[in-house]
Write a new protein. Structure first.
Length: 506
């Protein structure tokens, strides 16, 4: 046996790791140093050793033994050292750490016993939520939209979001503020973001507010829940539009409010009430673009609603979720900007403008309500992600937000016109398309009511899945219709889906 082979044998016999069992694949995507790190780590976790056998060979010797560079071995050793698997002794070498990090991370498995199947006790508030989804149905998100061209309403064109700009700004705020953004943040929201939102709302939405009135939240449902929890006791009435935003109904129900559906006419929510009907504590509306019917609340109805709220000490929750996307004439000012008595809670979201998973929205509250809203918010989840808030603030301040809104309004206008043209051409014999002044959806009324069941079945079969209008109704009895979305898909995709639907219906 040569002297070299003898030395290698001694190293192997004196080592806790059987390095001759290491197999490195130079063709694999995984880097060699990570392969080596992983195999050494797994070997250390799998065997026991004594102090006398805990020494590892030097990086030079191991590199020769495995036929790799010393740098590769050093990278693997460095990672093992950082994670607590090995330790170094000056002048002595490298040793296995005792105890291994798994000692503090892996709990002893308890003895298993047969599980007793027993239905859990579920709170009444959960049972009351009007949501029949179960299991994997929740994986598809709130719109319950599967991948593909489904024409489900409520989905923005996320593929058009300028993610390169966003990531650059994110890197800049991290470089500037560093670990400060990794700590707990303000319950009210990032100061720069609140200032940027206030300036935008005052300049473009006709609002009258200052940064201290703004609370940054996790989206429109979060805003509704926080406001309801701050204002309503269980059983107190909340008026909501019928038909209306289905998630609002779920949130009010969960918060324990007595949900009272209110009908709509061509001007918006109908304020009149019967003598026996309880006065509302809060009134939920979508005045800029009523969802799903699409009307814009008239100025006269806005002022009448403000007068009603002032006379009966009720609050109006103004959900301005997609006011930026108006396609006919200038927008009316927000109710918040018309309010002189502090009865309007204004809410907006970035989900429809930027991308849904951002989960950032805001509340503009009357000054006397801000502290109460912040108390509720801080009890729920403290604050929204600080890094995303700081990035959004820069996105708005540096003009990218307005630029994105203008570009998306133009894009949506083009897709909207294309959808109208193709829909009427391909499906005009089945539907009457209602064309609103704003928003990212259409209501298509059936020409023959008896076709509803057949059309519903066909849409489910072919994967083009507009929502039945009845899905958004509580007590409202409206003629059969479907609600189509168009914003998330290109003209080619829109035409393909409409052609498929038209062919299936024939």
């Amino acid at each position: 046996m040569s002297n070299k082979k003898s030395r290698l044998g001694k190293r192997r016999r004196g080592s806790v790791v059987a390095f001759e069992m290491v197999r490195l694949d130079r063709m694999a995507v995984e880097p060699l140093h990570h392969q080596l790190y992983r195999q050494i780590r797994d070997e250390l976790k799998a065997v026991s050793f004594s102090d006398g056998s805990s020494r590892l060979p030097s990086s030079r010797a191991l590199a020769v033994d495995l036929g790799i560079s010393r740098l590769t071995v050093n990278l693997a050793f460095s990672k093992l050292h950082a994670e607590g698997y090995i330790r170094s002794k000056a002048g002595s070498g490298t040793f296995v750490a005792s105890p291994l990090p798994e000692t503090f991370l892996s709990a002893v498995k308890p003895e298993s016993f047969p599980q007793v199947e027993r239905p859990p006790h579920i709170a009444e508030r959960v049972k009351a939520i009007p949501d029949k989804r179960t299991g994997k149905e929740f994986d598809l998100g709130a719109p319950n939209a599967a991948p593909g061209v489904s024409l489900v309403p409520g989905i923005p064109a996320v593929d058009e979001f300028p993610i390169d700009i966003w990531e650059r700004l994110r890197a800049q705020v991290l470089a500037k503020k560093g670990i400060h953004l990794l700590r707990h943040a303000s319950n009210r929201g990032d100061a720069d973001l609140r200032k940027a939102i206030a300036a935008y709302l005052c300049d473009f939405r006709g609002a009258r507010c200052h940064p201290d009135q703004i609370v940054v939240v996790g989206g429109r449902q979060h805003a509704i829940l926080i406001s309801t929890m701050a204002l309503l006791n269980p059983g107190e009435p909340a008026w909501i539009e019928d038909p209306g935003f289905h998630q609002a109904r779920r949130v009010f129900t969960f918060a324990g409010a007595k949900v009272i559906p209110k009908p709509l006419d061509h001007e918006g929510i109908v304020i009149t009430r019967s003598p026996k009907e309880p006065l509302p504590r809060i009134i939920y509306i979508t005045p800029s673009h009523q969802f799903p019917l699409g009307m814009t609340m008239s100025f006269e109805r806005r002022t009448a609603l403000l007068d009603f709220a002032g006379a009966h000490d009720a609050f109006i929750f103004e959900d301005d979720f997609d006011a930026e996307f108006r396609f006919a004439g200038p927008p009316l000012p927000s109710l918040q900007g018309l309010d002189n008595s502090g009865h309007v809670i204004y809410s907006g979201t970035m989900s429809k403008i930027l991308y849904p998973s951002l989960r950032l929205g805001y509340i503009v509250a009357p000054e006397q309500l801000v502290d109460s809203l912040v108390k509720v918010r801080s009890t729920m989840d403290q604050h929204s992600p600080a890094i995303d808030q700081a990035t959004l603030a820069r996105f708005i301040i540096e003009g990218f937000f307005l630029s994105h809104v203008r570009r998306m309004r133009k894009l949506y206008s083009e897709r909207r016109d294309f959808f109208i043209n193709q829909f009427n051409k391909l499906l005009g014999d089945r539907f009457i398309l209602q064309i609103p002044e704003a928003g990212l959806n259409f209501v298509a009324w059936l020409r023959r009511e008896e076709d509803f069941s057949m059309i519903r079945r066909v849409t489910l079969e072919i994967g083009v899945r507009p929502s039945p209008l009845s899905f958004f109704c509580i007590q409202a009895k409206l003629k059969p219709a479907f609600v189509f979305g168009f914003a998330a898909w290109t003209p080619a995709q829109i035409r393909e889906s409409l052609v498929r639907l038209a062919a299936a219906l024939k």
